[in-house]
Each structure stands twice: as C-alpha cells, then as structure tokens.
Design a protein around this ligand. Structure first.
Ligand SMILES: Cc1ncc(COP(=O)(O)O)c(C=O)c1O
Length: 394
C-alpha cells in the first residue's frame, strides 16, 4: 500500500532519537549529542526576535502571504546578502521557504528524474541523499578527503561528472565534518561547473558559524556559473522550530530561468511559508544583535575541548572542525572489534551509557566507521560525556 518512495526513506539523525526515547522511558539519563539544534541547549532565541513574532500575530499578520515570501523580508534578504557576500540580487531572486530543508526539496524536485545525478559531498547532510532519491535521482558523492582535513577531492569530483549530472552541491561549513572549503577549492568547483554547464547549489546554513577559517561564498566568486544559495534563520538566529529559510538565485546570464519559474510554481502549490516567522525574520535581519557572535564564541571553547578529548583516545582519529557544531571522529573497528561497525557502536553506546550520537554511515558511504557528535552541550556535560566515551571504549 505504501510507495517505495516512502519505504526507502531513512534519516539517521531522527532514527537514533527513537532509540534514545526508549532508553529514556527505561528510566536512564540520556546525553544528547545527536541533535544539531542549538535551542535545545543553552542557546536561546533572542527576546526581541520572539517579540517581533508575537507582535506580528497580535497585529493580525495571520493570513496566507505571498508564495515567494513577504516582499519586505525579501528586500532585507537582498540587503543582507549584498552586505555579507557582495552579491547583487533583486527581490525576484529570493524565495522564502520553510527552512533550507524545503529549499532542498524544491530544488531537487526541479532537477531530479529518471536516475539523473547530483554531485554531493561525501559525507554530507542526509537530506540531500533522501530527497535526491525521493525524486528518482541518484546522489553521487564526491570525496571529502579525511587525510587532507576533509578538503574536497577535486579530481574525484571531476571524474564523477557525466551526461546525467544535473548539478553540483556544496555545503560549507559542512555537516557532519565541519570543514570550510577554501577560496581556491570553491573557485575550482565553480570552474568545473562552468566547463560542464552545471549550476551550483550552495547550502549556506552555517556560514556565520565559523571559527578560524574564512568563509567563501560561491556566488561572490562566480561570474557566469549560476548559483542557488540556501540559507535560513534556524542556526544563526536560533529559531530552528520556526522553520524559516530562503533560496536565492544568483544567475547573471539567466541560465536557470526555467528552473526558477518552475520552482516558483511549486512554491505557489504549497501556498506560503509561515507568515509571522517572516515578520520576526525581518527584525532579525534589520537588527542582527550579538547572539550569533556570542554563540560562536562559546562554541569555539566547546569544540576545542571536544577535539582535545577525542584526540587523546587511542584508536580514534579526528580532524578539528572549522565551522558548524559537529565533530566527526573515525573509530578503528579493528582495534575495537567488539563492534562490527559504526551503527552497532552508536546503538550500543546509547543503550549502555545513555550517550546519544549519530552513526556516520547515516551521512553516506564516506561516513562509514565514523560517529557524529555535536559540541553544542555545555562544558560540564561535555566533560561527563567524554569521560563516559573514553571509559566505554577502554
Ligand atoms: C547542512 C544543513 N542544511 C540544512 C539544515 C536544515 O536547515 P533548516 O532548519 O533551515 O531546514 C541542516 C540542519 O541540521 C543542516 O545541517
């Protein structure tokens, strides 16, 4: 009765949460290092943004709004992208979505069919894989090279392009590795896309959560290659549950007009994104506050600590994260032969100690033998958790 399309859908991050709930029901304390949601930890949505949302509701902005998004918000997004990334956009280039997740859904609905292919980083955010398959496409992973601090393997990317390839996706900072692509790497990927007449899809949800390295925006470095950027309010503005994001089309030579118009039809078919959250987002962009910088400051300490502790465990190999809030160590299952693979280890660790992480194979083929941990919890919790993990592995 149920379609193969839905039967095949898997999402490791939420699937592991189901087991965590069983562990909680059995009376055990669970330490959540599995969710990329800062609002679940000690980061809170700023009051002035919450007030803007409440005000919008009380003032009666409770109706369906423009399918592309409230015009004033689209204007603020243009200004924001222009200030941050020096790109010229008009309100027509912006589509407000229910989070980046809906943006990915829209783009892949417009590009995928009949087993055509999209290049995505390996490892990467599972939603790219899910939605590509959902629309009868094939997600093809290009390697992020762990031996080279997770830098994209440009030769591998080049080799994997063929006549079925429809686009190249990049996400920097990357979930789950935390790698930030260098300017040189971003430019090389743009050049390859240009040679093959492919658009680039750029997931920029973590672009403001960066520690030492500098962020390179693909659209700021492209002269003619079309870039569809995606960003949102979940992470930088601590509003994950509001489900608000946007797409922008940077397309100086109008190469993807048909795709843009088709996605607009898709947007009309779903009416609109959350109206009152859009008014709150206007406030967040007009008055960005200090919450993002404060978060990055706290996260840096937590990242440094997590890296230090993981490095000290024998049989664990780890690169530090340049951005986002995840670290992605590799576990040597020859040394730790009690467990067959990453999934078995993660489930066992959760059931026996209450430490909840995500198995790396949930992030694609290149994630095998890894574990994703978030460093969002406070230092005290991180210390407890790393003591547990260290003891458990011993
Ligand atoms: C790389 C990446 N893109 C997108 C999202 C989801 O963003 P949104 O809340 O805007 O849908 C996540 C969430 O963890 C993510 O890690």
């Amino acid at each position: 009765m149920v379609s193969q399309r839905l039967k095949g859908l898997e999402y490791a991050i939420r699937d592991i949460a189901v087991i965590a709930n069983e562990v909680i029901s059995s009376g055990k304390k669970v330490y959540h290092l599995n969710i990329g949601d800062p609002v679940k930890y000690d980061f809170k949505t700023p009051a002035y943004i919450c007030n803007a949302m409440a005000r919008a509701a009380l003032e009666g902005q409770n109706f369906y709004v423009d399918s592309l998004g409230v015009p004033e918000l689209r204007e603020e997004i243009c200004k924001f992208e222009s200030n941050k990334n020096s790109i010229d956009l008009t309100t027509e280039d912006i589509l407000v979505t229910s989070g980046v997740t809906e943006g990915i859904f829209f783009i892949l609905s417009g590009l995928m069919e009949n087993n055509n292919e999209i290049l995505i980083p390996g490892p990467s955010y599972p939603v790219y894989i899910n939605y590509a398959k959902f629309f009868d496409g094939i997600p093809v992973e290009y390697e992020l090279d762990e031996e080279n601090d997770w830098a994209p393997n440009i030769d591998d990317l080049r080799k994997k392009i063929n006549e079925k390839t429809k686009a190249i996706l990049l996400g920097s900072p990357n979930n789950p590795t935390g790698v930030v692509f260098s300017k040189k790497e971003v430019k090389e990927i743009i050049d390859i896309a240009g040679e093959h007449d492919l658009p680039i899809i750029s997931d920029e949800i973590y672009d403001q959560i960066i520690f030492e390295k500098e962020y390179t925006c693909p659209a700021s470095n492209s002269t003619d290659v079309p870039i569809i950027g995606m960003n949102g309010f979940s992470k930088a503005h601590l509003a994950t549950g509001w489900r608000l994001g946007y797409l922008y089309y940077y397309d100086p030579e109008n190469k993807i007009t048909e795709l843009k118009e088709s996605i607009a039809k898709m947007a009309r078919a779903r009416l609109c994104a959350n109206s009152i959250a859009q008014y709150a987002a206007i406030e967040a962009l007009k008055n960005p506050g200090t919450h993002t910088d404060d978060m990055v400051h706290k996260l840096k300490q937590r990242r440094d600590y997590s890296f230090k502790r993981l490095r000290q465990i024998e049989g664990v190999r780890v690169n530090n994260a340049d951005g986002a809030f995840y670290i992605f160590p590799k576990i040597d299952f020859n040394e730790f032969s009690k467990w067959k693979n990453d999934k078995e280890f993660v489930v066992d660790l959760l059931k026996n100690t209450g430490v909840c992480t995500v198995y790396g194979s949930g992030f694609g083929n290149y994630g095998k033998d890894h574990v994703r941990l978030t460093f969002l919890p406070d230092m005290e919790t991180l210390e407890i958790v790393y003591n547990i993990i260290e003891d458990y592995l011993k």
